[in-house]
Design a protein around this ligand. Structure first.
Ligand code: USQ
Length: 382
């Protein structure tokens, strides 16, 4: 299939592009390097430098024989979007092109506005471009488990059957996000659902939990193909951060009580979930929603796992309950369903000691480059 990966420079976008290309799809990526720019502005470093998209695509072609077309531009601008869609004529679009960090969206008014403007206008442009240039194409949109929040009832996959005064109706599951970033994902879902109903678009919305890891089958060919890796408070996800903190000898920053529970997945499973969704498209007029994670952990569980593996590698790992900069429940019920992707054939890579050892051993190579002052900056929610 011809697949357009939007946000193809990102932590997940680039590995997804290589993975789809390795599975014999024709892939193009589009990105404006927004994440790199925001990291520079916030004085945040990746753990190691990564080449730009043209270099990565050339390297990928030299090791795999497959070509990935690169389009550099801003997807919140219609002219660029129209040009890329018209030229490539995608059969599927994988949409990652968003400002993806909850703490960034809570930094200050300018960051909040950028998050709102970027995320919603890119999603709207994708919808309008599909309608205009490729109405049969399937949109695979990266949503987030954070759209649901932490309700005191089970979380279904996207939809809830409600009985009210003796009558029944199916609704989008009630959503209560915990940050402005997560709220933009709810708004994306609402936009997509409106146009699924109005223009019979085909959409899969993947409610993904926090991702960890850096290795995929494709990165084995050359380490310069690895995705960028954030460990700072603003852009890093919790398990990646804990691995870096363990290596740096920085006490693991468990926010508050540490009972915050989320659904996690290995980066390898992100790629498989996206590919399975693309290869088994939603129907016209269908908004299909999958909860994309493989196992749930509390922050305390993750810290204990990292501490245990760290000790086996001879690292002295402390755990510290620090003041929680976020407003979130620190002890709560959490029981989300996640059978849709398993039914499509996902075979999960669970969090094992081997996975943590492999990550830690790689991070140890860059131990001297870890900047301690980026780890805990207390970006406050309120
Ligand atoms: N946390 C700590 N200590 C830390 C960092 C995080 O206790 O040093 C806690 C957070 O307070 C939160 C949990 O760990 O309760 C997860 O935090 P995170 O930073 O790994 O994840 P989050 O901000 O929710 O966002 C990440 C991605 C986002 C994706 C989301 C999925 O950045 O793009 O949408 O995970 S989910 O969390 O399910 O909404």
């Amino acid at each position: 299939m011809r697949i357009l990966v939007l946000g193809g420079d990102g932590y997940l976008g680039w590995p997804t592009a290589m993975h789809l290309s390795a599975h014999a799809h024709e892939v193009a990526v589009a990105d404006n390097y927004l994440r790199r720019r925001l990291c520079r502005e916030e004085q945040v470093n990746f753990l190691y430098e990564v080449p730009d998209l043209d270099e990565r695509a050339a390297l990928w072609q030299s090791v795999s024989g497959h070509r990935i077309a690169v389009h550099i531009g801003d997807l919140s601008q219609w002219d660029f979007v129209a040009k890329v869609f018209e030229k490539f004529g995608p059969q599927a679009i994988v949409h990652y092109a968003e400002q993806p960090a909850a703490p960034y969206s809570m930094l200050h008014r300018k960051a909040a506005t950028l998050t709102l403007h970027n995320n919603l206008s890119v999603t709207a442009n994708v919808i309008f471009a599909v309608r205009e240039f490729c109405p049969d194409a399937h949109i695979v949109k990266l949503g987030t488990m954070g759209e649901y929040g932490t309700p005191n009832i089970d979380i279904e996959e996207g939809w809830l059957e409600v009985e009210h005064k003796g009558r029944q109706h199916k609704f989008l599951y009630p959503r209560q996000a915990g940050s402005l970033y997560h709220t933009t994902k709810i708004m994306d879902t609402d936009l997509l659902w409106f146009y699924v109903r109005t223009w019979a678009l085909r959409v899969t919305d993947l409610m993904q939990g926090p991702v960890y890891g850096l290795f995929t089958d494709e990165t084995e060919k050359n380490e310069r193909l690895l995705p960028f890796f954030n460990y700072d408070e603003i852009f890093g996800t919790v398990l990646n951060r804990f691995v870096v903190q363990a290596v740096a000898g920085y006490p693991l920053t468990v926010y508050g009580k540490g009972g915050q529970t989320r659904g996690y997945l290995n980066i390898k499973d992100t790629l498989n979930c996206v590919r399975l969704s693309v290869e088994n498209p939603a129907d016209h007029g269908e908004l299909r929603i999958f909860n994309q994670f493989t196992e749930t952990f509390s922050v305390n569980d993750l810290a204990a796992r990292v501490q245990e593996t760290g000790s086996e590698l001879g690292l002295n790992v402390d755990i510290q309950h620090v003041e929680n900069p976020r407003l979130e429940a620190e002890a709560h019920y959490y029981n989300p369903r996640h059978t849709g992707l398993l039914d499509l054939g996902l075979s999960p890579h669970y969090l094992s000691e081997d996975v943590l050892v492999e990550m830690m051993e790689y991070v140890i190579k860059y131990k001297d480059q870890i900047k301690h002052d980026q780890i805990y900056r207390k970006v406050k929610w309120a």
